[in-house]
Design a protein around this ligand. Structure first.
Ligand code: ADP
Length: 250
């Protein structure tokens, strides 16, 4: 998927000022940069949590969050088009966003059953398999509040995987966690990356980005200040502001 000259304003404030980004299949893209630079807004445009107001975000050649009218123009789509696109573009949020009144297993299987992707028995089997993958099989019958933040986030990851998405977006997945719970979530993400899942990750975890990302995007003030292979960005950033940022946070 890609963004081309993507812009987004909230009222008078332009938060994305023309962003070009390519996400290649099987790659891990880390989006880094100072607070307020537009990282979260950018990742949210990739599955139509926000729609761009200029340029475009494309998935399989189709604009994300829009549908084509009979007249051939694109209008914002909040309905079936977006629901269909989100089946392929999963998302994991900073605050987990689990359903509090559903069990862990139900959180994972709810959407696939509701959308008729899998029957209940198969969804259950698949859900348990995914919970096993994130190390939580024995917690399937519990409710989110009975789990630690790190465990809840791992449930959210299993939920995102349930739909067998092509891409999974992670918006600061460890920012809300106590420091001792961060590593268990990063370990699951590193494993998914090693398996070849396409991932886009907004993160402040620089060591993780350096080790796991293929491509790093440095955002500053609504623009991409610099992007390139992780190895290069972390060893010899071309942009002095990338260097300053990395010196500050590493
Ligand atoms: P980052 O993720 O890099 O911290 P954000 O994308 O969250 O940056 O925010 C970029 C800017 O857009 C900030 O100034 C923020 O206050 C503003 N912003 C983000 N979302 C909204 C919104 N829904 N309404 C108004 N302003 C917003």
């Amino acid at each position: 998927m890609s963004a081309q000259a993507a812009t987004k304003s909230f009222g008078a404030a332009q938060v994305l000022k023309g962003v070009d980004l390519e996400v290649h299949r099987g790659e891990v893209v880390a989006i880094i940069g100072p607070s307020g630079s537009g990282k979260t807004t950018l990742i949210r445009t990739l599955n139509a949590m926000e729609t761009v107001d200029g340029g475009e975000v494309l998935y399989r050649g189709e604009p994300v969050g829009y549908r084509k009218t009979a007249g051939g123009t694109y209008v914002p789509a909040r309905d079936t088009v977006v629901a269909e696109q989100r089946q392929h573009i999963g998302m994991v949020f900073q605050q987990f966003n689990l359903f509090p009144h559903k069990t862990v297993l139900e959180n994972v299987t709810f959407a696939v059953v509701e959308l008729g992707k899998l029957n209940r028995a198969t969804a259950r089997e698949r859900g348990l398999e995914l919970l096993g993958k994130v190390g939580l099989a024995e917690h399937a019958a519990k409710y989110p509040h009975q789990l630690s933040g790190g465990q809840q986030q791992r449930v959210a990851i299993a939920r995102a995987l349930a739909m067998s998405p092509e891409v999974v977006l992670f918006d600061e997945p460890t920012s809300a966690l106590d420091p001792e719970l961060v590593d268990e979530v990063l370990a699951v993400m590193a494993e998914l990356a090693a398996e070849g899942l396409t991932m886009v990750i907004v993160t402040h975890e620089m060591r993780f980005a350096e080790q796991v990302a293929d491509w790093v995007v440095f955002m500053e003030d609504g623009r991409i200040g610099e992007q390139g292979p992780a190895e290069r960005i972390f060893s010899e950033p071309a942009n002095v502001r990338t260097r300053t940022f990395l010196d500050r946070v590493k």
